[in-house]
Design a protein around this ligand. Sequence first.
Ligand SMILES: *Cc1c(COP(=O)(O)O)cnc(C)c1O
Ligand code: SF4
Length: 395
Amino acid sequence: MFPNDHLENWFNGQGLWSQVSAKDWGNWIWQLQNRITKLDQLEQLLDLTPEEREGCYHANKKLALAITPYFFNLIDRDNPYCPIRRQVIPQGGELLVSPDELLDPVGEEGSMVAPGIVHRYPDRILFLVTDRCAAYCRYCTRSRLVSNAQDYNFHPELDAGLNYIEKNSEIRDVLLSGGDPLLLSDAKLEYILKRLKAIPHVEFIRIGSRIPVFLPQRITPRLLEILRLHGPVWMSLHVNHPKECTMELKAACDQIAFAGVPMGNQSVLLRGVNDSVSVMQSLVHRLLMMRVRPYYLYQCDLITGSAHLRADIAKGIEIIRGLRGHTTGYAIPQFVVDAPEGGGKVPINPEYVKEITEAEIVMRNFQGDEYRYPRSTPLPGNALDFLREGEEILM
Ligand SMILES: *Cc1c(COP(=O)(O)O)cnc(C)c1O
Ligand code: SF4
């Protein structure tokens, strides 16, 4: 699909906004102020399908509509099936609720121990620090609170959250999320990182962000300095399609890496967006070229009104099977289902084990060929003496 991914095919640029000064274009506040947030703005820029128009009418009651000019330029305006378009332009399908779907699809509310803190795993927490994003993904797991279209009225109480982390010494890993933490002001972000860094049991901090993808202009020298000074910080990006891997994103990732921040990527498997081996392969190759290690591929959560975007779980398994052995091991994410009702992330793998008997394992490799490996080999009688001798020599 993207043969010989040459870097010159990665350029995004100012596109429809070519009359805007480079200074404004490169300013993240300008990008936020000029987001496309209304149906009439959208209709001036492209021909909406009837399904999209219907989705837009109701977006402000479900999950706000917002697209940065930078990201909008990635949309193929002549193609209603454009994979970028499907991620950010609402469709009528959002109004259909199927019986399996839930407002809180992974049961976060039940593990909310302090304002914005989801404490599900013993040693690490999710800390929601804002409900705002640069643009809104139509399949957002936290649609119930993100953008406040459903009147959740999320008010992060940063100090209450930080106090909880201070008091609970089993927490060694703090994952900042939201909303998008990089949308906070430099001062607020620095305050959070500084306080976390001062807590002896917090070993490192993670930031989950789609800002480099929606708004690479936000990756400023000052922000990079904050990340560098108050680390170790790891970053989880959210890139779903190779078209999102632009020169602008690559430049942002270069800078993030040079600030000493290792990056992973979390993709969501989406129907008509990235549910094929060829698209995923192109994506993971581009990610490695940007120093980003594919981390998770998520089965789309059972979010209210997301059926039109959810792919079959079998597709995810097929994608992993299509990558393992066929490309660099570093390029392969772990496919996971975040279990409903707070079960946490469960890895889902293609089956390579055909059989385990008392004597051996029978397995298939990536080409489907069968191999056998013994479970344990009995040691010859004098082997223990031999091992003991070896230990003495080592001492
Ligand atoms: C995903 C998640 C984490 C982090 O999980 P990892 O597998 O360590 O990346 C922590 N807390 C909650 C509530 C989560 O949903
Ligand atoms: S960036 Fe993340 S939190 Fe924001 S809308 Fe997209 S999925 Fe939701």
